[in-house]
Design a protein. Sequence first.
Length: 352
Amino acid sequence: MAARDSDKSLRPRRRLSFWHILGGLLLLAVVGLLLMRWHWRHEFLRGVEAIRASGSPVTLEELDQWYPWPASGQNPAYWITGATTLHHKLRQEYSRRLEQIFNRSGARPDPNRPIPEDMGDLVETYIRENAKALEMLHEATSVGECRYPIDLSQGSDTLLPHIVDVREGCLLLCSEAILCAEDGDPNGATRALEAALRVACSLDQEPIMFSHYVHMEGVSWAAAAFEWALNAAAFPEDQLMRLNRAFTSVHATDGLVRAVVGDRCLFLGAFEKPKILSRRRFSKAPPAALLEMYDAVGLAAREGTIFLDHMGECLRIAQLPACQRLAALKAQEVHYTRGRKGVLWRLVDTFD
């Protein structure tokens, strides 16, 4: 018995070497990474499914279907884009000069004084040469729902040629409003301003943030034209009430909400499958191999979860009264985005 104990004591004891420890640590790191990857993907997919369950689109095909065609079959978009074919465009320098009347910048003439003679001549010539285009624009605004013929399933490669048509239509109608007021025709000015607002609001259902910017630019131009018109002509009370309803209706729609939903859907694919990012649109994107590795370890999904939280907060802010949005946006910028933008979010933010 003593001999056996002596033999055991003579055997070399197994010691954990450096490589054993390193291997164990690496195994723990791999297991931890796999668990984190599962958690990030699970959270991201759960967020996506919650959006789908709420009835909002999560794929580009769903986004395209979410932008409805008019049920009546009459689509004012075709009149608005058709007016462009009849439109006698101004030379670029004259167009910029005309836009000064409506842009609220330092170069804008004082609306409390008569319109400068050179601008008045420019407006008059512009309206006279575009009588047929104006007729078509007024006809378009007598129709209800609107959808422009675009394919949102193309994502960031979607072309928006009608944006120029809407801007030109708004500029033309706002110019007509000023000319009518200068000629002592408040009724004509009212009709032109109502039509300008309807042309701007033809983008209201389009779930694209840039379209919403153009929509609001048209509304801003109409407000500036109304300011000019008020100083040039006396409007009867019934026409002032009509214009009050027209401007109030702009903020009664969910255009901003739809634009935020569209932006969320548009960029969701960047976090689901980052390697398919369009190189034409996202020229600063890392190589596809690096994006695939970034996705494989779950970091794309982690960013995607933060992105969904951020867009959810944007939707909440979009539904606030307009006077409360700016402060809420500043607070959101601090909480969600400052110092938390990863590789993909930086690309999306730069594009947007």
